[in-house]
Design a protein around this ligand. Sequence first.
Ligand SMILES: NC(=O)c1ccc[n+]([C@@H]2O[C@H](COP(=O)([O-])OP(=O)(O)OC[C@H]3O[C@@H](n4cnc5c(N)ncnc54)[C@H](OP(=O)(O)O)[C@@H]3O)[C@@H](O)[C@H]2O)c1
Length: 272
Amino acid sequence: MTAPRSVFLTGTSTGLGRAAVALFSERGWRVVATMRAPEREHELGALPGVVLKKLDVDDPDAITAVVAETLAEGPIDVLFNNAGYGLVGPFEAASDEQIVHNLTTNLLGPMRVAQAFIPAFRERGTGVILTTTSIGGLVTMPFTSVYHAAKFGMEGWSESLSYELKPFGIRVKTLAPGGIRTDFSGRSLDRTHHEAYAEALDTAAGRFLDPARDATRSSAEEIAKVAYDAVTDGTDRITYIAGVDAQEYHRLRERLGQSGYVAEATRLFFGD
Ligand SMILES: NC(=O)c1ccc[n+]([C@@H]2O[C@H](COP(=O)([O-])OP(=O)(O)OC[C@H]3O[C@@H](n4cnc5c(N)ncnc54)[C@H](OP(=O)(O)O)[C@@H]3O)[C@@H](O)[C@H]2O)c1
């Protein structure tokens, strides 16, 4: 009997990460589900094949320790870097702490976790590194510049890394979802405030939260299926754009180019 395939995930307490844990478990995988507060989790750990571990991806020492502990327990086939959160509001008003924190979680965290796994993947000659970026890693929207810096960064990092890891049998991929109905826009969201931008931010936020737009958002379960397909399709495809809204934004950018896209997004977020 062959051993079940195994996946290590970050950010699994809620949303996409949680849905992915349930899906991988259902498909018979061995699942190492990491989260900041496993002591508060009472359901995921009871799913078949699922082991919970504590990990805050902002903590480099914790990353080293938990990856070493995981690999000592058995090989891992797939790393799914999923932990992340948004920062919305005018850049001028972002504190250094807010910027550093957002980039630490969304950009440095996935890099550090990947670096901890790469030696084991290289030695086995196999492995997949999937990172949740966002359609915001490929196109822009107003008032989310730091988040875009992190997510565009992860897109570039993943594509570049794919060249050097392919000869060792390691595939590097990104999952670029549009809106997902999760805690992302609620409890997880960090914000900045500045009076000079208040009216523009209100207008853009109103457009962003328009109920008509909500209909194009995806469920965490739908996006988790795309993640599952990405790591099992056996191809060298790098980016998986997930969700109707994400596909629309991407098509718009491809069709209109940079200036045309920015003009259209300006109309969508600020125009009549
Ligand atoms: N929802 C969307 O519209 C959307 C769109 C595009 C991309 N994404 C991306 O999708 C990913 C998952 O987000 P989601 O939509 O599922 O939102 P979510 O429900 O807020 O889940 C985010 C997860 O990341 C975890 N997390 C945050 N900081 C962490 C840290 N320092 N260390 C470990 N875990 C941390 C949270 O843990 P705690 O419970 O401890 O806070 C939570 O489990 C993120 O990378 C996000 O940027 C989301």
